[in-house]
Ligand binder design. Structure first.
Ligand code: URA
Length: 435
């Protein structure tokens, strides 16, 4: 087999066989296929697309290119959740203890933030002492004992995707549905859960800006998951504004704790409730959405979610008193700066990507992988879409430790806000469900 022929076949809109895709992925990972041929292949896929079967095969080859986590030592149906990334998205922090309290084992690998989107591991690390590195034995043992563990991604999950993703980044081949879907699903499938819930974000802060594209991505990923023997569902959720009020690591942990206690922002809890209900259905703890939602509410109001969160934090070395005394225990910024409304009216849009980049400029996120983040900084939204506002009122409160990029961040956050005379509706939180 020659890579030249595989590129030519895809360039001419042919349908690739499993053996051809495998030849490419294995060869690219072991270095026998050079970057220039892989780049040509990616561009051919970008232009010609891939059939659903080819996409499933590409996912399988990337998944099989590295380590596959074996969770079979943990009894029960393991359900994982993945978000395609957003601003202020701290749902995993809330869902992990809630779902674990319902009896579904949560053995989760999460990532770090890059660009305008945050990562669960960075958020958890703002809790003093929290350790996201566990050995494979500690990870499995934790889930068996207390029902939940969240660790950083190991170096060896889907190396084929890792290498290709880096190449896509520099060859203008990121935004392609078969390539995105296979990239995400290769890692999720290798992570070993029995059921997968995908939270596909749509709107200004998301990869997918239009619902039709988010829907196509969701359908492609659900097809890959189900064809690979894992029950998979997707929820398309709004990311036209930050989720909840907090953006920035310790600020988001604080908001997650409030939510686990039943005191979180309405939109954020609303999403956690829907995603949680879906996870209970996938884990066969609830037979329908109504029962799932009632169970989630019950776990929160009874305090079982708080107890499980405490156990989880303590088990991974974090200070569990963060739940009772978040103000004392979480890192705090030195200074706050308020961004105020420049006119009267109603908030009609809050560009989530600009707000996410604003928070990143303050030090809450990374523009490059190597950047060091400041867990204390970020921002709290005082206003959300649909709310009335008067000139001079606070729209966002920035929590800062340095004035280095302040002016640029304030400018960006101001430009993210649109105020108009007439009222507008709040965005619909859940746009579609794909199963
Ligand atoms: N996230 C991934 O893991 N892969 C993509 O291709 C896009 C987003």
């Amino acid at each position: 087999m020659r890579m030249y022929d595989i590129i030519k076949k895809k360039r001419d809109n042919g349908v690739l066989e499993y053996t051809e895709i495998k030849f490419f992925i294995d060869g690219y990972v072991d270095g026998s296929i050079p970057d220039y041929q892989a780049a040509a292949f990616l561009m051919a896929v970008f232009i010609q697309g891939m059939s659903p079967h080819e996409t499933v095969m590409l996912t399988r080859c990337m998944r099989e290119s590295g380590e596959q986590v074996n969770l079979s030592a943990i009894p029960g149906i393991k359900v994982d959740k993945h978000s395609t990334g957003g601003v202020g998205d701290k749902t995993s922090l809330v869902l992990a203890p809630i779902v674990a309290a319902a009896g579904i084992p949560v053995a989760k690998m999460s990532g770090r933030g890059l660009g305008h989107t945050g990562g669960t591991i960075d958020k958890l690390e703002s809790i003093p002492g929290f350790k996201p590195e566990l050995t494979a034995e500690e990870f499995i043992d934790s889930v068996r004992r207390i029902g939940v563990a969240i660790i950083g991604q190991t170096g060896n999950i889907a190396p084929g995707d890792k290498k290709l993703y880096a190449l896509r980044d520099v060859t203008a081949t990121i935004d392609n549905i078969p390539l995105i879907a296979s990239s995400i699903m290769s890692k999720k499938l290798a992570a070993g859960a029995d059921g997968i819930l995908l939270d596909v974000k749509v709107g200004s802060g998301a990869f997918m800006k239009e619902t039709k594209d988010a829907l196509e991505l969701a359908r492609t990923m659900v097809h890959i998951g189900n064809s690979s023997g894992k029950r998979t569902m997707a929820v398309i959720s709004d990311m036209s504004q930050p989720l909840g009020n907090a953006v920035g690591n310790a600020l988001e942990v604080r908001e997650a704790i409030d939510t686990i206690k039943g005191e979180g922002p309405e939109d954020f809890y609303g999403l956690c409730r829907e995603l949680g209900a879906a996870m209970l259905i996938l884990g066969e703890k609830a037979s329908d959405w109504g029962q799932g939602r009632r169970m989630i509410d019950g776990i929160v109001t009874s305090g079982r979610a708080v107890s499980k969160f405490r156990e989880f934090i303590k088990n991974q070395g974090g200070d569990p008193d963060v739940i009772e005394y978040p103000d004392r225990i979480l890192p705090k910024s030195k200074e706050q700066v308020i961004v105020r409304a420049e006119s009267h009216g109603y908030i009609t849009s809050l560009d989530a990507e600009k707000i996410g980049i604003g928070a990143m400029l303050l030090g809450a996120g990374r523009s490059k992988k190597e950047d060091v983040i400041d867990p204390a900084v970020g921002l709290l939204m005082n206003k959300k879409i649909g709310m009335p506002v008067r000139k001079g009122q606070a729209i966002a409160t920035l929590h800062i430790n340095s004035r280095a990029n302040l002016e640029q961040a304030v400018e960006l956050i101001r430009s993210a806000v649109t105020v108009a005379e007439g009222p507008v509706h709040k965005p619909v939180l859940i746009k579609e469900i794909v199963q």
